[in-house]
Design a protein around this ligand. Structure first.
Ligand SMILES: C[S@@+](CC[C@H](N)C(=O)[O-])C[C@H]1O[C@@H](n2cnc3c(N)ncnc32)[C@H](O)[C@@H]1O
Length: 227
């Protein structure tokens, strides 16, 4: 276990539906990071086909993830999340939408990327509304730190993208600063005001973004590319 992690282990009760998803769907759709055999996961084998791999870190309750996987059947879409009920909910949503190109990983994304993803292989990494850890003394728990960004960059294939979104202004600034300083990344939207990416229409609005909007905070998207 790493000493500082970006998440809290939330208890959270499972609904009947989420529990059913775990019982019936998890064996074919999911794997547990801590139980993976040593070395990189063979995604082609797991998905039963060769396709670009997209990893979404912290899929939460899966609203965005299920829709984005459904909208991109050409991708092998991997969601990694520590929160069991959220993964259950994501399986239910995927089942409802008939999504076939989605697999789930239960556990810490940092461990997954470090020990089980081959360098230079991912077509993209998405990180939408990561836990903001707003108190200054908790900032060290924010997942976007130089070491994490270097890890993500190293796992991307050349031209692969790292797409982040947050509704916390000073976290957005931290993301911009850290990613801009990473030599393996370049900002795809360096020419736009502030270097922010325009909000992509294809990214569904989540409750975090809605709440931010109601509370008068602006969400920022950042899209960096592996050089
Ligand atoms: C604020 S939620 C956002 C969820 C979702 N992306 C959305 O936009 O609705 C952040 C999620 O990231 C997960 N998380 C935080 N650190 C993680 C890590 N190291 N590995 C996997 N998931 C993580 C948390 O459990 C939480 O569900």
């Amino acid at each position: 276990m790493r000493s500082v992690v970006s998440y809290v282990k939330r208890g959270g009760r499972m609904t009947v539906g989420q529990q059913r998803a775990w019982n019936e769907l998890w064996p074919s759709l999911g794997r547990t990071v801590g139980e993976l055999p040593e070395g990189p996961v063979d995604f082609d084998d797991w998905f039963g086909r060769r396709a670009p791999v997209m990893v979404e870190i912290g899929s939460g309750m899966g609203e965005t993830t299920s829709q984005l996987a459904a909208a991109a059947p050409e991708l092998n879409y991997v969601a990694v999340e520590v929160y069991d009920p959220g993964l259950g909910q994501l399986m239910l949503r995927a089942e409802k939408l008939g999504v076939e190109n989605l697999r789930l990983m239960h556990g810490d994304a940092v461990v997954l990327l470090t020990s089980h993803v081959e360098p230079g292989t991912l077509s993209g990494v998405r990180l939408f509304f990561p836990d903001p850890w707003p108190k200054k003394r908790h900032h060290k728990r924010r997942i976007v730190q130089p070491e994490f960004v270097a890890l993500v960059a190293s796992r991307l294939a050349p031209g692969g993208t790292f797409h982040m979104a947050t509704d916390w202004e000073n976290y957005a600034e931290q993301m911009m600063e850290v990613c801009s300083a990473e030599p393996l990344l370049r900002n795809r939207h360096a020419g736009e005001p502030g270097g922010w990416a325009p909000r992509p229409e294809w990214r569904p609005i989540t409750k975090f973004e809605n709440r931010a909007d109601v509370e008068g905070r602006i969400s920022h998207d950042l899209i960096f590319e592996r050089v």
